[in-house]
Design a protein around this ligand. Structure first.
Ligand code: KIV
Length: 275
């Protein structure tokens, strides 16, 4: 497969829907590479899905760099997007550029993603002007869930105006595409029609230019809770538990290992001297 680029993603708007999924390690990246899904996100959701936290705010630059490196190796042709962790871009433009540089140089991602609308537009512009492509992320922004009073749907009623203003500001700042999370379907449609850059929705309805899901959610691996917008394409958690139970039962009964799993190499005669 040819390498996915931001130009190819932009050319897909209005032509073909864009698919995106998270990955945080090498084996996951390898299966995503085989699937042909266009964009792989090393999201700070890894704090919840991989490390058991209840929020994403504790994610560090080191966490994202550590998890991006194996994904770059496992999915070499996909567009690799790394999340900028909370606190890595909200101090100054200089801090944001330095950390975007680190993600490009140390983690070797193609694009960085950061959360925020009008208030973060100057940061998006600074990073883009410094040479790193940016994917925006507005609506329900998990890094600032505390400020929002929890993981709540944004842009309902009159508040729709603010989310649209956020989308326009992030596009104006130079983002090449934008994630719309947790907003009413009709608002997702309106923003998609108003913007010239691709919108990737998660809980933003059916009319965005693309869709993103968290790997562990869509495969039914993460079972602490299932958000309404998630479709589970399989029940991996149950499948794994059942395989582990079978292993345990076979160890206890002696059914595993079988002869085919064993090694030969020493004769009975040779062993006799060892007893
Ligand atoms: O961290 C993440 O996985 C994300 C997606 C929910 C878009 O930002």
């Amino acid at each position: 497969m040819a390498k996915m680029t931001i130009q190819k993603i932009q050319a897909m708007k209005g032509v073909e829907r864009i698919s995106m999924v998270t990955a945080y390690d090498y084996p996951t990246a390898c299966v995503v590479e085989k699937s042909g899904i266009e964009i792989v996100l090393i999201g700070d959701s890894l704090m919840m899905t991989m490390l058991g936290d209840t929020l994403t705010v504790s994610c560090t630059m080191e966490d994202i760099i550590h998890h991006t490196k194996p994904v770059v190796v496992g999915a070499p042709t996909r567009l690799i997007v790394s999340d900028m962790p909370f606190g890595s871009y909200n101090v100054s433009k200089e801090q944001a550029i330095m950390n975007a540089n680190r993600l490009m140089k140390e983690a070797r991602c193609d694009v960085v993603k950061l959360e925020g609308g009008v208030e973060m537009a100057h940061i998006v512009k600074a990073i883009v002007d410094s040479g790193t492509p940016v994917m925006g992320h507005i609506g329900l922004t998990p890094q600032t869930s505390s400020k929002m009073g929890g993981f709540k749907i944004q842009g309902k009623g009159e508040a729709a105006k603010e989310v649209l203003a956020d989308a326009l500001a992030i596009q104006e700042a130079g983002a090449f595409s934008i994630v719309l999370e947790g907003i009413p379907e009709q608002l997702g449609k309106l923003i998609t029609e108003k913007l010239s850059i691709p919108t990737i929705g998660i809980g933003a309805g059916r009319y965005t230019d693309g869709q993103v899901l968290v790997f562990h959610d869509m495969l039914g691996f993460f079972d602490r809770f299932v958000p309404k917008f998630v479709k589970q394409y399989m029940q991996l958690n149950q499948e794994i538990v059942s395989a582990l139970e079978t292993f345990k039962d076979e160890v206890k009964s002696g059914a595993f290992p079988e002869e085919s799993h064993t090694f030969a190499g020493v004769t009975e005669e040779e062993l006799k001297h060892l007893y």
